[in-house]
Write a protein of this length. Structure first.
Length: 80
């Protein structure tokens, strides 16, 4: 099974509305990156939208929230 971005996933770095914050909480089940690491999910990474040098990108993060990389498209970030 492959997880994919769905329409309700937003990021506060791109859209600072309340809907964006609510969408982010739904997308990860309300867990924060630190919570994922505490659950022992150290081999899990996640991707999210962010601004990198003023450009919208997809950033890749460890379960602890540490940045691992960035890509210009969702598909490219997912394939890394």
């Amino acid at each position: 099974m492959t997880a994919r971005k769905v329409d309700h996933m937003f990021d506060k770095d791109i859209d600072e509305t309340k809907a964006a914050d609510a969408g982010a909480a739904i997308a990860v089940g309300g867990a924060m990156p630190v919570d994922l690491a505490r659950l022992g999910l150290t081999e899990i990474a996640y991707i999210r939208r962010a601004l990198v040098n003023g450009e919208p990108m997809w950033t890749i993060h460890s379960a602890a929230g540490d940045p691992l990389g960035a890509a210009p498209s969702f598909d490219l970030a997912w394939s890394r």
